[in-house]
Every structure is written in C-alpha cells, then in structure tokens.
Design a protein around this ligand. Structure first.
Ligand code: CUA
Length: 304
C-alpha cells in the first residue's frame, strides 16, 4: 500500500510501468528522489514566500546589517546534503555497480548488437550458430547497413533487422551497443535500461523482461535534427512467438546479409535458406576480430 502510494509520483511524472525484473530498484531510487525533491520544492517555496512577506520594505525600511542569528538554515542545509549523500553513496552508486558488474550468465542470456545511426537502430543477431559475423566498414551500404562480410562463415546466418527487436520473456538480454556516426543512447524506459552508444566502442547493458508486450526503444542523447524520431520497438514475446519471429526473419533475409526491411524483396538475393532455427542457445561473442563494430571514429554514415 505504502509502495503503491510512493510509486504514484513516478506515474504522475510520466514514467512508463516497469517491465523488467531489476527495474523496481531504479524505481525505488526515483520514487525517493522525486518525493525528496517535491519536499524541497514546496519547503523552499514556502520559505521564500514567507521571507518576501516577513521582510517587506514597509516593515523594514532600513536594512539590518547583522542578518539572521539563528542556525536553523545551516542545519537544514546540512540535512539536505546528508540525505543526498546517502542517496548517492548508499543507493545509487551500489546499484550502478551492480548493473555494470553483475552481468547475467552468457549461456542463459540473449546477446544482441544494437548499432545506432542518424536516425535509427540496427539490430544484429548471431543466428543459429551463435557467432556474430565479421563486419567491415568498407562493406557498409544501404542494403548492408552494418557491413556484414558475406564471405565470412559466421556471418552467413546472421540477422540484421532495422528498428524492431524481438526477445523472449523471462530471459536476460545483453545488448552490446555502438554507433556508426555520433553518440546516441540506447534506452528502453520500460526496462529501466539506458546506455550511451559511442562510435568505436562496444558497450554492453542488460535487462530481464518479465512482461510480454511492445515497448519503445528511444535514443537518449541529442544526436541531431532527427533525434526526436530515432525510435525503435522492443517486442517481448513468448518463447514460441520468439522462435516464430526468428524463423520469419531468417526466411525474409534468405541470404547471408539481411537488407533493411523497406528494401526486402523475398527471394531476390540468392543464397542458402536457413532451415529451422534451433533453440537459441547462448549466443557467444565470436572472436574479437569477428565482432568488430562497423563503426570507427570518423566513419561517415551511408547515404540515406
Ligand atoms: Cu540518436 Cu538521439
């Protein structure tokens, strides 16, 4: 009951309902911070109005050079600093430490690469072999947005999808994010997950979806004129639906390199048709050279 009431402030401020296993911890910190800020806002506002009236010119035509003698404001300010220090050192930093240190087991998690570009998200999945194929900047084109190397064996079954990512419910998801151009931020508010996507770096984040549904992926860094439109969709599926989606994507791709959806012409590009998709085991990160991001500083995005 108390929790419900405390949580109202997040809802009031537009926070979407949490859909991840770990998100409630972030929500608790947000709840506390928002209530604390609300108390400070109303407290200081009331004090300000009191001071305006109490020390108005008609009552104090001559300024008092001694000022306040009571130490109450010092005590109040010390209390505020103390509460903020406890929030930061006691809760926020340990929680952040947990997020960056306690990654879920590779064998259990779904591993995906999310590559930002002005102004969309590309998702790269390793396919049935669990190996991410080699990517090369020189191969980047409109139909091969991540520059997957068609000659690379590990790349043959890889899936590249623009804008919409599916994951199964109740399994941890590790997203390794990078960028092809400027700094973006891979953010899924409903999962309480957010991480900067930086050209030349591969930075992981993780979350465990616990509710099936469709959630918004947004870009959390002002990255240019189209920033507001840089959205994607995260669909949390039942394991069966997830399998069906993987199969559909593989069939649509029908080739080593999946073109972006708008340019998909099923069967247009010859290539081996992937068969049934096995139960997605732990996609393992391939050898480091195999998972080079198509991004290095200074790279230009393909002509859109
Ligand atoms: Cu990408 Cu904002």
């Amino acid at each position: 009951m108390t929790n419900l009431f405390l949580g109202l402030i997040n809802e009031f401020l537009g926070q979407p309902p949490n859909a991840s296993e770990e998100g409630f911890q972030i929500d608790h910190i947000l709840e506390f911070s928002h209530w604390f800020m609300a108390a400070l806002f109303f407290g200081w506002s009331a004090f300000f109005i009191y001071v305006l009236i109490r020390f108005r010119k008609s009552r104090h035509p001559v300024a008092d050079h001694e000022g306040v003698k009571s130490g109450i404001s010092t005590h109040l300010e010390f209390a505020v600093v103390l509460i903020e220090a406890v929030l930061l050192i006691g809760f926020a930093i340990p929680l952040w430490g947990k997020y960056v240190n306690d990654f879920p087991d590779d064998k259990e998690a779904i591993l995906v690469h999310a590559v930002g570009q002005q102004f969309s998200w590309n998702f790269h999945m390793p396919g049935p072999d669990g190996q991410f194929g080699r990517r090369d900047i020189s191969l980047v084109s409109n139909s091969n947005p991540l520059g997957l190397d068609p000659e690379n064996a590990a790349a043959k079954d890889d899936l590249v999808v623009l804008g919409e990512l599916h994951v199964p419910v109740n399994r941890p998801v590790i997203v390794e994010t990078t960028s092809k151009d400027v700094i973006h931020n891979f953010a899924v508010p409903a999962m309480r997950a957010s991480q900067d996507s930086i050209p030349g770096h591969i930075i992981p984040l993780w979350f465990t979806p616990i509710k099936t549904g469709t959630y918004e992926i947004v870009c959390g860094q002002l990255c240019g004129l189209g920033h507001y439109a840089m959205k994607g969709t995260l669909v949390v599926d039942t394991p069966e639906d997830y399998q069906a989606w993987l199969k559909e994507r593989a069939e649509l791709a029908g080739t080593t390199v999946a073109p972006a959806p708008e340019t998909v012409t099923p069967g247009a590009e010859p290539g081996p048709t992937p068969g049934t998709i096995p139960e997605p085991g732990a996609p393992k990160v391939g050898d480091p050279t195999g998972s080079n991001p198509a991004a290095t500083p200074g790279e230009r995005r393909p002509n859109a």
